[in-house]
Write a new protein. Structure first.
Length: 358
């Protein structure tokens, strides 16, 4: 008698890899629905006019209710992950020969909120997330020992807050430590913002008790929108770190930015208030191009290591690096041909803060 196996999705690949060919063949007649993740994917019978064009399924293939959704099912998927302890897989598509298909675009009209998470994975592929809302586009609470990989994804945000905001304020499950620590975050494609004063990425540690530490953070294109709007810059920021009360509240992180451009008065704002040692000992690799009369990097860090490539292209009034009066013991090296390469604020006479440029 001929035996037939029915496997579906990533779960099948995992099962075959675990059991091997002989073991898999022994699972005669077995049917594995789902793929082990909470999954958001295009519906087979949908088009751009379909209200619920994306299906949201639990790890076993059962559809999750998204009645009344304002995020096309994404918030409902995240909520299910948080309640039941599963990872998240979001799948869109790719550009077709005739252009960008509907199933590459997901639109949200309210903030996508990620509650405190630990040991969580969120994988996203082939998706454009569009957001026009009063608050942040995607807002993270505490995040610990987790993995975000959004390769092949772009975010387009029309609001005035942050496209992606890491803002720990509550403790994660089974961990009394509030904050964001020991995560791998990879958003290697595009984050574009178009609202007045908006930030592509923002980090906001909680005063004294909610540090952001020991993370690997990778960002591709941070697009401040100036090159795409007739009226020019909207004073957007590529990456912003808020100062918090306490020592080493944003510390020991590794941050890569491949290409930042089109921002307003500053592209990278490291520190929002004169709080010495709040931001400390981070390793930065930053690339940016400028607009006129812009400071690319403005920092109040202690002990930071910066590898930079800042391209001026002959634009007037540009400053590569502006170190605040509290900034000390930083090492900054790389290519920087802005009109003014660097400034140290309030540096008088023989004062020495032990910052080094090379």
């Amino acid at each position: 008698m001929q035996r037939r196996e029915s496997f579906s999705g990533m779960g099948a690949a995992l099962a075959l890899g675990t059991l091997g060919p002989e073991g898999a063949a022994g699972q005669a007649g077995a049917h594995l629905a789902g793929n082990g993740f909470v999954t958001l994917r295009p519906r087979e019978d949908a088009d751009r006019r379909t209200e619920n064009r994306f299906a949201v399924c639990d790890p076993f293939g059962n559809e999750i209710d998204q009645t009344g959704t304002r995020t096309q099912g994404l918030q409902e998927a995240i909520n299910y992950c948080a309640r039941h302890g599963y990872g998240l897989l979001v799948i869109g598509g790719a550009n077709a020969t005739g252009g960008e298909p509907w199933h590459m675009n997901l639109t949200a009209s309210e903030t996508i909120v990620v509650p405190p998470m630990r040991f969580w994975t969120w994988t996203m592929r082939g998706m454009t997330l569009n957001g026009r809302m009063a608050g942040d586009m995607i807002h993270f609470d505490s995040l610990v020992n987790s993995h975000l990989d959004w390769t092949g994804t772009q975010l387009v945000y029309m609001g005035r807050q942050a496209a992606v905001h890491f803002h720990p304020r509550n403790t994660p499950p089974t961990d009394p430590t509030l904050g964001m620590g020991v995560n791998f975050v990879q958003i290697p494609n595009s984050i574009s913002v178009y609202g007045q004063g908006a930030r592509c990425v923002q980090f906001s540690p909680a005063d004294r008790h909610g540090p952001i530490f020991g993370n690997k953070l990778i960002f591709g294109e941070l697009n401040g929108g100036a090159s795409d709007t007739a009226e020019g810059t909207r004073d957007t920021i590529g990456l912003m770190v808020d100062s918090a009360e306490g020592t080493a509240m944003f510390a020991a992180n590794q941050i890569d930015v491949f290409a930042a451009h089109g921002c307003g008065a500053r592209t990278f704002q490291i520190g929002s208030a004169p709080r010495p040692d709040s931001i400390k000992g981070n390793f930065w690799r930053l690339q940016a191009t400028t607009v006129p009369h812009q400071t690319v990097l403005r920092s109040g860090e202690t002990g930071g290591l910066y590898d930079i490539y800042f391209e001026n292209s002959g634009l007037a009034g540009t400053t590569g690096v502006h170190l605040e009066a509290i900034a000390q013991q930083n090492r900054i090296r790389g290519y920087n041909n802005c009109a003014t390469a660097h400034i140290e604020a309030d540096l008088q006479g023989d004062a020495e803060r032990h910052n080094r440029f090379s």
